[in-house]
Design a protein around this ligand. Sequence first.
Ligand code: F6R
Length: 609
Amino acid sequence: MCGIVGFIGKKRQAAPIILDGLSKLEYRGYDSAGMAVFDGDSINVVKAAGRLDLLVSLTHGGETTKGLAGIGHTRWATHGQPTDINAHPHLNGKGTIAVVHNGIIENYMALRKMLVGRGYEFKSETDTEVIPQLLDLYYKGDPLEAIQKVLHRVEGSYSLGIIFADHPNELYAARKSSPLICAKTEEGAFIASDVPALLKYTRKVYYIGEEEIVRLSADDIAFFDVDALPVEKEEVEIKWDAEAAEKGGYEFFMIKEIYEEPRTVRDTISPRIRDGKVVIEELGLSDEEIAEVSRIHIVACGSAYHAGVTGKYVFEGMARIGVDVDIASEFRYRKPIIGEKDLVIVISQSGETADTLEALRVSHQCGATVLAIVNVVGSSIAREADKVMYTWAGPEISVATTKAYSAQLVSLYLLAIKFALCRKQITEEQAAGYINDLKKLPEQIELLLGGKERLQRFANRYIAATDVFFIGRGIDYAISLEGSLKLKEISYVHSEAYAAGELKHGTISLIEEGTLVVAVATQKELYAKTVSNIVEVKARGAFVLAVTNVGNTDIETNADYVIYIPETNSYFANSLAIIPLQLFGYYVSLGKGFDVDHPRNLAKSVTVE
Ligand code: F6R
């Protein structure tokens, strides 16, 4: 979603650093960009709707916007169109206070009305503009005091970067329910809404806490709570390196990240297998405590939710424990029933998804223990959960998730094996068999990646498709959900996933001559049933691409095109079947000439409700 970068330096100019940092946040999705730099006399603002490149050329790479302190922003429009005027930064009327903001100020209408009543004039349609105006109202020479008062007035979520013209050696920041980090280096101090913006300069960062205010100068950072009392904070070392967030010769991050899946899966599994056993120290629960968990609630959004759907099948089948799986935006408002001995598992790549974070908080209000499966170390969800199981996918830049999703899947498998053993639903010997299958996944994924040209040729045939249906049963249905999302979100082809047995209850009327149906049939006990569904759609003229296990060659009697996945146990088939489906989505988008990594209207990290 929106991105923030701010810098206050000793000698180095702020603008080029801000532009460079913003370019590292482009993957989050945005539709306008801007920055405000203090040149020693006044605050200069340049902002424009469109890509960051425009801002770069308007300022000659930052050359024409001189000054040692500044704040920059990429905006993903929520309140008001993506126009020059609505782009951030926003200023008070005198142009002496500049603000960039991520999040939503929920009571902005009331605040705006109050401010207009006091003679303040507004230029934009944004919720953000109330902040510089409120700061103006409360500012009596002490920025900290003014910010503190503003934070007491605003409701909603925010991460803020602020500069005051009459405090040229300071830059301020604050956050609530929207990510923001800061760091100090030899050359100056930074703020950023996400780690990749800073990787080039430092790997030691501070995570700004809920409702905290930060004062940065070129050589110091001071933290305060919302009542302006000092807060002690420790630096956190980020393990990701700068190269991990670069394309490294690939045309798009998405294909690079697909290629990183074998490593991601290996890195997520291997620290949790010791002496042939699953060891998940982060869980912090004894075997007896695990055995006593009475129900699991998995809560997430989008692809992470789809990983959760697979998790339900795996936990219920392998560990025989009841699992509810919920979309976070529904869970948070549906008054969930959570028992004392239930475990809530939230899944999130970014660790910042607003609905998932709120679902976590709702779970806490219900008294539940929350385990988070998260990719971004130190993210809000990681910090608020009781236990954290990190997926070791490294930075995921492409908006459409691939490697983080794969890491989420294997994290769930590891947990399911552990639960199944503790609940005495499988023997040590069976667990060893599952672990063996898990260890084979990285190589099997590599094998599937070797077939990418065939997928590309097939995708090129379907570039003009307008409707695609994905069908499957059980775990194959969960795979279909994700395969369908991958295709539609980046190629803008309408596609839907259906439980294969459900198609005939209405949707089959949409199948006509040549409609592409992707049938996933990896589950041995459901194979014959899915083949019957393939026959049904074939009879209505569909063209069927089947994804099935190696050896199921009889499927060629009914399917038009077949992709075989290597042999694994049914529970882990998703990890293999999803690879050709991710590649299919990628190649359709590539063939259509789209910006694969930045699909329209989408943001990488959805930090608003
Ligand atoms: C789709 C995709 C999204 C995310 C969803 C949750 O490719 O990436 O559906 O899975 O927005 O995001 P996180 O995992 O960051 O909570």
